[in-house]
Ligand binder design. Structure first.
Ligand code: PLP
Ligand SMILES: N[C@@H](CCOP(=O)(O)O)C(=O)O
Length: 472
């Protein structure tokens, strides 16, 4: 299997080279030349597999034997040994039509750990076996950064620099990133929002000379391996829900808290592979560009809103481009035109049959801050289950779109302890897991900088040359 760019200007690449490239060299996103189709017999066989075995099966369809099976098994075992639940991503029933896929049992208590624990192991493996220098550059609204740092801290041959928006991540997210003082970790706290951080790193990845000179690698969901690793829990969740329901007459939807469109795009891919998901439901907060796109066909960044679910405070959703590629029947020329339109400050508009197709493939709801808190309170008092504010957006969308004869698996993308600022507004006192509680007394190390690409470049050059500057 080879990988190509959504903008059509990259020579087809193998799996490992695609991961190392991250963002396509033409500014597009890498996708498989063909999405592997999974037969009904294979799905049937996969139903009983534990998470790790399922991971290996799915991964093997994409990785061209570039990683020997024994090595892959070791990578997967090491990645998921750090999870607190033996099932890795367990499914819990909340009521007859609502199941919760808990994706927060990894080291940093958010869904990002599922892919990023693996990516840390993977990059380390590639560094050892191919002698590649791995200098990771990432942008975060709080969770990717924490999970990526945790995945590679202290690992030989790897350095990581993460940009996060200053003062716009939760306290726990900030502590998870900035209490790490390993030599190979640099935290840049940028006066701006997540979109600014993401724009800066994309510009640096697009400077091919700079990228190659400094061996820049991506950990955000622009990197196809992130998408691939996330497809695994769609299959796993579907099979677990089916088993727990014990009733195969009901259709299974998924509701996915969304920001950068990476998580839901993994679901889109799983469905294209043959997993019979019924509705793919996109849940956002008041930063509802995706909801507006699905309901009106217009994709245009709006005004940035600070919400109770800060990790989803995103206007420009990276993986939207991958969806557009499939919507436009894999026409890279058309995708490039649309993306250029967006880069020029004009909106993308899809109409007529294309819009109908969007509306048949996706459902979307943006929950308001008020709805969000109201739902957290309601589920806490009715079921005892404490939703984090991102998960609550997912549950709001589940409630809106689940019809008779359907059940929805709503994704719990983070543990509520990460977002205590919102939970406290409801006068709920939660007990912190010890791993989070013990962060509070630790020193923090980060460099606060202006929203300025030149400053990020200076920081990176110094960091990659051997030292960290002014981390305090
Ligand atoms: C807790 C949480 N939920 C949901 C999301 C949205 O995921 P995605 O960016 O893959 O759409 C994020 C980050 O973006 C997150 O950190
Ligand atoms: N919510 C994310 C934003 C980045 O998304 P990614 O999936 O592209 O890494 C975060 O927590 O940083």
């Amino acid at each position: 299997m080879n990988y190509i760019s959504t903008r059509g200007q990259v020579e087809p690449k193998g799996f490992i080279d695609t991961v190392l490239m991250g963002l396509g060299e033409d500014g597009g996103l890498m996708v498989p030349e063909q999405i592997p189709a999974v037969s009904a017999e294979t799905l049937d066989r996969w139903k009983t597999l534990p998470f790790r075995e399922l991971f290996i099966e799915i991964f093997s369809l994409y990785a061209n034997d570039e990683i020997p099976q024994e090595d892959l098994k070791q990578l997967v075992d090491a990645s998921y040994a750090t999870f607190r639940d033996p099932e890795v991503t367990p499914v819990r029933k909340l009521n007859d039509s609502l199941y919760i896929l808990e994706l927060f049992h990894g080291p940093t208590f958010a869904f990002k750990d599922v892919a990023l624990q693996f990516m840390g192991e993977f990059y380390s493996y590639v560094s050892k076996t191919r002698g590649e220098i791995i200098h990771i550059l990432g942008a975060t609204s709080g969770d990717t950064g924490a999970a990526a740092i945790q995945g590679v801290r202290g690992k030989e041959g790897i350095k990581i620099c993460i940009l996060h928006p200053h003062g716009k991540v939760s306290k726990v997210q900030e502590l998870q990133m900035t209490t790490v003082n390993d030599e190979n970790v640099l935290n840049l706290s940028v006066h701006g929002n997540f979109d600014d951080c993401q724009r800066i790193i994309k510009e640096l990845f697009s400077d091919l000379e700079f990228k190659s000179k400094h061996h820049l690698r991506a950990i955000n969901s622009i990197n196809f391996v992130r998408i691939l690793a996330q497809t695994v829990y769609y299959f796993y969740a579907y099979f677990q829900a089916e088993k727990q329901m014990g009733d195969d007459s009901k259709k299974i939807n998924v509701s996915v808290p969304s920001g950068n469109f990476g998580n839901i795009f993994s679901g889109f891919l799983a469905k294209k592979m043959g997993l019979p998901i019924n509705k793919l439901i996109i849940a956002t907060n008041e930063n509802n560009i995706l909801e507006r796109f699905v309901t009106t066909g217009e994709y245009q960044p709006g005004e940035f809103r600070k919400t109770h679910s800060p990790s989803m405070d995103i206007q420009v959703a990276s993986n939207f481009e991958r969806y557009l590629y499939y919507l436009l029947d894999e026409d890279a020329f058309e995708v490039s035109k649309y993306m250029q339109q967006l880069a020029d400050g004009r909106k993308i508009v899809v109409e007529g049959e294309l819009l109908q197709r969007v509306q048949s493939e996706l459902h979307a709801l943006g929950a308001t801050n008020e709805q969000n808190l109201q739902l957290i309170g309601k589920y806490r008092s009715e079921t005892g289950y404490l939703l984090d504010p991102h998960t609550a957006c997912g549950v709001a969308a589940s409630e809106a779109f689940t019809e008779e004869g359907e059940v929805t698996v709503s994704f719990a993308t983070a543990h509520p302890a990460k977002f205590d600022e919102a939970i406290r507004l409801l006068d709920i006192t939660q007990e912190f897991p010890v791993e989070i509680a013990e962060l509070i007394a630790k020193d923090q190390y980060q460099t606060v900088i202006d929203n300025d690409k030149a400053e990020v470049t200076r920081q990176l050059e110094a960091f990659f040359a051997g030292g960290k500057v002014s981390q305090a």
